[in-house]
Ligand binder design. Structure first.
Ligand code: MN
Length: 235
């Protein structure tokens, strides 16, 4: 059933969609789901203690309302002493579907953003050890900072170029989009075999090596070539 603004008998106010600005316009992108790929850069897989060989990709999800918009500060989350940054390109889908062929996948992309897959690393490590799901380490409040989205009609589909993150001006992570083990079309195609994708879905495309902790009072600057730079202060 769809929302009907004329009805007054909702037992609670229906949740509002999360909206991300589109760069260079007044347009807004409504978020449906957030998928995140794990270990998509070999050097990051190695730093986390895993084999860099190309195994099938795996994904986890964050909640749409975990998005933190550009210009907002990130409150240091509770229950962790090890909040980590992970700079990632964000793929925003404008079209959905199931069983999308890789050579048609880019036609489903609306645009791209710069995102941070913020992680309570201590809680994630504990979950891994106990063979439990990752939500407690990954899908908490404000865990998905995301820049304004740049339409693919303006920049095309970034497949190479710098991706980096600095904390207080000091470079911590750097890589090149061409090091992504699973490329944008492959991720969309793979996900669409397991889930029905829809307009509004976001895919966080994986982080290069150099992840590490950030503390209250520090400022993260995250960059993806041709997409932009996102600055987030931890408070
Ligand atoms: Mn990540």
């Amino acid at each position: 059933m769809a929302l009907d603004s004329k009805r007054t008998d909702y037992v609670l106010p229906p949740p509002q969609p999360v909206l991300i600005p589109v760069a260079g316009s007044d347009a807004l992108f409504p978020v449906r789901r957030i998928y995140c790929i794990g270990r998509n850069f070999a050097a990051h897989a190695v730093e986390m203690g895993h084999d860099p060989d190309r195994e099938p990709p795996f994904f986890f999800q964050k909640n749409p309302d975990n998005i933190l918009l550009e210009g907002q500060d990130l409150p240091y989350p509770p229950k962790t002493a090890d909040l980590h940054f992970e700079v990632e390109m964000v793929i925003a889908l404008g079209k959905g579907g199931a069983n999308i062929a890789p050579d048609e996948a880019l036609g489903h992309v609306f645009g791209y953003g710069v995102g941070l897959d913020m992680t309570r690393r201590d809680l994630q490590a504990e979950a891994k050890e106990m063979r439990r799901p990752w939500e407690i380490g990954k899908a908490f409040e404000h865990s998905a900072p995301c820049s304004a989205l740049v339409p693919a009609s303006e920049i095309g589909h970034p497949a190479e170029g710098d991706i980096w993150l600095a904390v207080d001006g000091e470079r911590k992570q750097s890589g090149d989009l061409n090091q992504m083990i699973w490329k944008t079309p492959e991720m969309i195609s793979y996900l669409s075999e397991y889930f029905v994708l829809a307009p509004g879905d976001l895919i966080f495309a994986g982080t290069p090596a150099g992840v590490g902790p950030v503390s209250k009072g520090q400022v993260m600057e995250a960059h993806v070539a041709n997409v932009g730079t996102l600055k987030v202060a931890v408070i």
